[in-house]
Design a protein around this ligand. Structure first.
Ligand code: DAH
Length: 357
């Protein structure tokens, strides 16, 4: 029995895979295995012999079975370990930003504006960049002889001599989206309309293509107070200062009555702009109560509905917020500039995570 015991236990210890183990099991405790055959011989023994051999054989059988089970687990563990080693992925390795692409400040600021106004219940509307002069001017109460048409330095699209359709222009502002939205969706509404606009102008603060966003809110009982609150709320969130002070200066736009230009309190310290403190004022937008004729042009009854509207330069507020001195650099596609002023691509602006993190 000792010989059997050491033969099988050593064999099991040395087994390198499951099939060797199985062979050993069959040879030892299988139906015709050596230990099983020995157990069958118990019947032929004297009771005294059986009393000694019986328990010893049973113990041997148990020992072999548990050695096999133990080895099986050890083999499975070893196989699993080997697999884990070969398939190991170092998830602790941190991402290394290669900074090959960044979010352009215009896109970043547009996302910031959209996030802030979304939190105030404003949706986003868009319109075409090639606009006809009805939407760009007439419907906004800018008559053909109105001086604002000249002020806008409009780009007119080429027209064949016999083309009698209304002239098309590159839109000079985002205001025409107001009319398109009113026509399509009626009142009430709360939207902002970001997008590209075009004017023939070029210097440190003007480029022939730039960005604006329009705001439009139409409902019943809307007043300048709603406009003021909305703009203050926006400026607080956008410039990330609790105390913003806005100054509403009487102005004139054909599409609003009354109209106001809005300045924000700021200071210039060693070329550094600070919003919300100091003795300077910086103009940031035009606004007012939507002119009854404009509501009418959009198919909305001005006796029933009122609205406020405003228009802001995206490039301009991006320059103010991020200290970018020259507007033209926005559109130079200079990689060094883009790397310097660009934003990480995975940080989407939102009010909870930080608007400009
Ligand atoms: N459209 C104007 C511009 O481009 C900006 C503007 C002023 C828009 C007043 C408005 C507004 O909606 O109410 O200069």
């Amino acid at each position: 029995m000792d010989a059997l015991k050491s033969k099988y236990l050593e064999g099991i210890m040395a087994a390198g895979d499951e099939s060797t183990l199985e062979d050993l099991r069959v040879a030892a405790v299988g139906k015709k295995g050596e230990i099983s055959l020995k157990m069958r011989e118990l019947g032929k023994m004297t009771p005294e012999e059986r009393q000694v051999a019986g328990p010893a054989l049973n113990a041997l059988k148990d020992e072999v079975n548990s050695a096999i089970a133990g080895k099986k687990t050890a083999l499975a563990d070893a196989a699993l370990n080997e697999r884990l080693q070969s398939e190991w992925i170092d998830v602790s390795l941190s991402g290394r930003p290669r900074r090959q692409g960044t979010i352009h400040p215009i896109s970043q600021v547009t996302d910031e504006v959209v996030a802030i106004f979304a939190s105030l219940g404003f949706g986003v509307a868009e319109g075409p960049q090639i606009e006809n002069d009805h939407y760009n001017f007439d419907a906004l109460n800018i008559a053909p002889e109105h001086p604002a048409r000249q002020e806008h330095d409009t780009f007119y699209m080429h027209r064949a001599a016999d083309d009698d359709r209304p002239p098309h222009v590159l839109r000079t502002h985002t205001s025409p989206v107001q009319i398109r939205h009113m026509e399509k969706h009626g009142a009430p509404c709360r939207i902002i309309c970001p997008g590209r606009v075009y004017r023939a102008d070029y210097d440190q603060t003007h480029t022939p293509m730039f960005h604006q966003y329009e705001g439009l809110c139409i409902d019943k009982g809307i007043s300048m107070a709603n406009l003021k609150w909305t703009l203050e709320e926006f400026c607080r969130a956008f410039f990330e200062v609790d105390d913003v002070e806005l100054r509403f200066r009487a102005s004139h736009f054909p599409f609003t009555e009354p109209s106001a230009e809005v300045d924000i309190r700021c200071s210039w310290d060693k070329g550094q702009l600070k919003i919300g403190e100091g003795d300077d004022w910086m103009e940031i937008l035009g606004s007012g109560m939507v002119h009854p004729k404009v509501l009418q042009a959009g198919g909305i009854d001005p006796n029933e509905w009122q609205g406020f509207a405003f228009g802001m330069g995206i490039d301009r507020i991006a320059m103010l917020k991020y200290g970018i001195p020259d507007l033209r650099a926005f559109f130079d596609s200079d990689l060094r500039w883009l790397r310097h002023y660009g934003f990480a691509s995975l940080d989407m602006p939102n009010l909870h995570g930080g608007i400009s993190r």
